[in-house]
Write a protein that binds this ligand. Structure first.
Ligand SMILES: Cc1ncc(COP(=O)(O)O)c(C=O)c1O
Length: 398
């Protein structure tokens, strides 16, 4: 007989809640933070440079600029790209709002391209179809950590003279055709929020191989002010002298965050392997269940998976995503939904965006939820999640 889910009066698969994401910190991390706290420089100090050097090693990029968070990284990338009033920036709706907001910050208009229904990443053909004479850049998101189809996107960008910015908030450690993402697009942005694979509490970065973009990013990160004589317009009045050359921001990261991130990056390979292991186990279990479908990966992507997306097949279930979500909570398995299509938000509706723009993205949104996925999950945690999902899918099978 089919086992009853907790929401229908059965026993939950576990007594304690498991969250969908969680940071992993160890003694090395605590020590790294304490060392900075005991040092003379809490900000603008040597840990920033060390982190930037480490990020260049991890991503293979020539330059890295550490900033306060992933949103600031996207904003600066768009500014450095020269995006402004009247421009259009193509992005995906299946992302966190910041991937589109960065265009709005610069006075440009985000244009939403549809996704590939199997990988859930932005579809290069849809990008191509949305290019106009106003398009200046593409912000492609490595959704869930899987690399976007960079070859195809770069070809479109080259053809039309566009800049390719990759939002790699999910994808630190991911490789595309063996090369780390972060050294392929014109600029790649990262986020180090605690749910991400490595964290600084908050934090972000931009990587690039382009020296001019790098210099702009450095300047804009700190008010547009420089102490670099080579960049100044006049001879310094004295050692105190600096110049403001552009209207920048205070988007600096602290050395405390950078110290923590250097320590977290030491564990990136381990984090990646464990995440891959969990994904493999989930995929293996869920591909056997007719009520579910599993996210496909392009063979070019060796992915550090940040999110595990469970997609239900509503035609094979008597319940929808909302009830599935509630049933998982009743089993003490906490999940989430990534993402509500960005243009559904009232702010975007008021700007004139309407439902129907990206049918595949809209369909995906109706059918997905994000399952627990993080380094610290035990094998038993993983099996509990599988048991909960399997029980619900079987009980409500159509
Ligand atoms: C795809 C994506 N882009 C950008 C961001 C923004 O990063 P942050 O929260 O560090 O500002 C996030 C954060 O969740 C994200 O998931």
């Amino acid at each position: 007989m089919t086992e009853k889910p907790a929401i229908a009066g059965g026993t939950p698969v576990r007594d304690t809640q498991i969250f969908y994401g969680h940071q992993f910190l160890d003694e090395e991390d605590y020590g790294a933070v304490l060392a900075v706290l005991k040092s003379p420089e809490l900000t603008c100090g040597p840990k920033i440079e060390e982190l930037e050097h480490r990020l260049c090693e991890v991503t293979g990029a020539k330059y890295a600029v550490a900033v306060s968070n992933g949103t600031a990284a996207l904003h600066l990338a768009c500014l450095a790209a020269g995006i402004g009033e009247g421009d259009e920036v193509i992005t995906t709706p299946i992302t966190f709002a910041a991937s589109a907001n960065c265009a709005l910050y610069c006075g440009a208009r985000p244009v939403f391209a549809d996704i590939n229904e199997k990988t859930y990443n932005i579809d290069p053909e849809s990008v191509r179809a949305h290019v106009t004479r106003h398009t200046r850049a593409v912000v492609a998101v490595d959704y869930t950590g899987q690399s976007a189809q960079l070859d195809a996107l770069m070809e479109i960008c080259r053809e039309h003279g566009l800049l390719l910015i990759t939002d790699g908030a999910h994808s630190i450690g991911t490789r595309y055709k063996g090369q780390p993402t972060g050294s392929i697009a014109d600029m790649t942005t990262f986020s180090f929020h605690p749910v991400k694979t490595v964290t600084g509490g908050e934090g972000g970065a931009i990587t690039t191989n382009d020296e001019t973009l790098y210099e702009k990013l450095c300047l804009l990160r700190t008010h547009g002010i420089t102490r670099n004589q080579a960049w100044m317009e006049k001879e310094a009045d004295g050692p105190w002298y600096y110049e403001q050359l552009a209207l920048g921001y205070n988007y600096r990261m602290t050395d405390i965050q950078a110290g923590l991130l250097c320590s977290q990056l030491n564990k990136l390979d381990r984090f990646k392997m464990r995440r891959k292991e969990i994904v493999r186990r989930y995929d293996e279990a869920f591909s056997q269940i007719a009520q579910l479908s599993v996210q496909e990966e392009i063979p070019e992507s060796d992915t550090t998976r940040h999110l595990y997306i469970l997609r239900i097949r509503p035609e094979r279930l008597t319940i929808g995503r909302k009830q599935f979500f509630e049933a998982l909570y009743a089993e003490n398995v906490c999940c989430n939904v990534h993402y509500i299509p960005v243009y559904y938000f009232p702010y975007y509706r008021k700007l004139g965006y309407e439902k129907g723009l990206c049918p595949k993205a809209e369909k995906l949104y109706e059918e997905i939820l994000s399952l627990p996925l993080y380094y610290g999950m035990s094998d038993q945690d993983v099996e509990d999640v599988i048991a909960a999902v399997s029980k619900i899918a079987a009980y409500y099978a159509r």
